[in-house]
Design a protein around this ligand. Sequence first.
Ligand code: FES
Length: 404
Amino acid sequence: MTTGYRPEWVQGAFVDFIGSRLHPFWSLKIPKLRFLARHQLSDDLIALQFETNYAFRQQAPDWQGGQYLNLSVLIDGTYHQRSYSLVGLPQQPLWWQNEIVNNKTNKNNQRHTVTIAIKPQGLVSDYLTKRMSLGTVINSSLPSGAFTLTQTPSVKLASALIKQESTVPLAFKKSTPLLFIAGGSGITPMLGLITQALKYGHQVTLLHYSRAVLLQNEWQQLAAIYPAFTYHLINTTDSNTYLVGTRYLSGHSLLALDLPLADTQIFACGSPALLAGLYNAATEISLPQNKQLRDNIIVEDFGNASSDFTSDQIHDKTAKQEAQTIYLRARQQQFSSDTTLLIAAEKAGIRLTHGCRQGICQLCRCRKISGVVKNIQTGKLSSDGNEFIQTCINIAMTDVVLDV
Ligand code: FES
């Protein structure tokens, strides 16, 4: 009979336990980061550089541009978890490279560091950017998140081809044009994504809406190496930098980029206002063959690199819900839901209209005829009656009838 006893596992866990008591950074299994340095990127954006431990390096020797780390930070006796985008790619030289090379103490760490960038705007980000002492060790997830180039079919193909051949095939150089749109600190995941995209041979355009120039040297270096890279900084306080005379993102600004929009994949990261503006702009543009530009948009999972709210949290928050019956009156279909109405419908094989899936674009808005739902972003309960709701951010607290 199998007892489940695994001597090698017990031994490993025991060694890990003893090791972590001897030194908090040491672990064979738990990814940890040791805080090395802060770098001011702008008045309100601070980069933090960490050394990775053995467990991190073994389990994540590589990561994709656009991925993030979920950090577990102990503040005043309580653990808090937050997600922050990684800046750049493994081994990619960043702007403080010279400082590190000149500093013998840090020289050995140069190959094993990760960098995140944070806007101080809450308990955890304030602690990380202002109070955390150098040398502090924190637990981290491995790099995760789906805001990566692997969402672009041509890149999947490219990765496969590059593994097989040492040179990039000619055909691949004609692959999908990519448009990256960032607002303020939403620029942080873009450096890794864009560097990868350019290496794969894509035509890349970056639109950055910001009051400060961020990562300027990096963009200039990439533009010098890759003629297929175009960078527009729209400084919201300088009208000389505006696209088509406006500081706002609009259908006209997208058209002014002169890209084949029907075939362009758009990656966006920024404030809810910027993302809502993008979805509005997309509706102003007509594409051939009934294509919708909104279908080409991929947004960062949690809207902003330093958001407190991730899709994992959505899952956690809804995991313990009791299943309720959702009836779609116009379609005469019903399904059972213990998560957001949108996800539950999809699990049941029913496609509902949606866009961002984060409560921003309003494309999933529909009329509820009856039943109580709860907004998982605000925690607010609806009335029992007739009103509009967004299916991507509401869960059913009772049986619900939708006018869909
Ligand atoms: S899908 Fe965008 S608000 Fe729901």
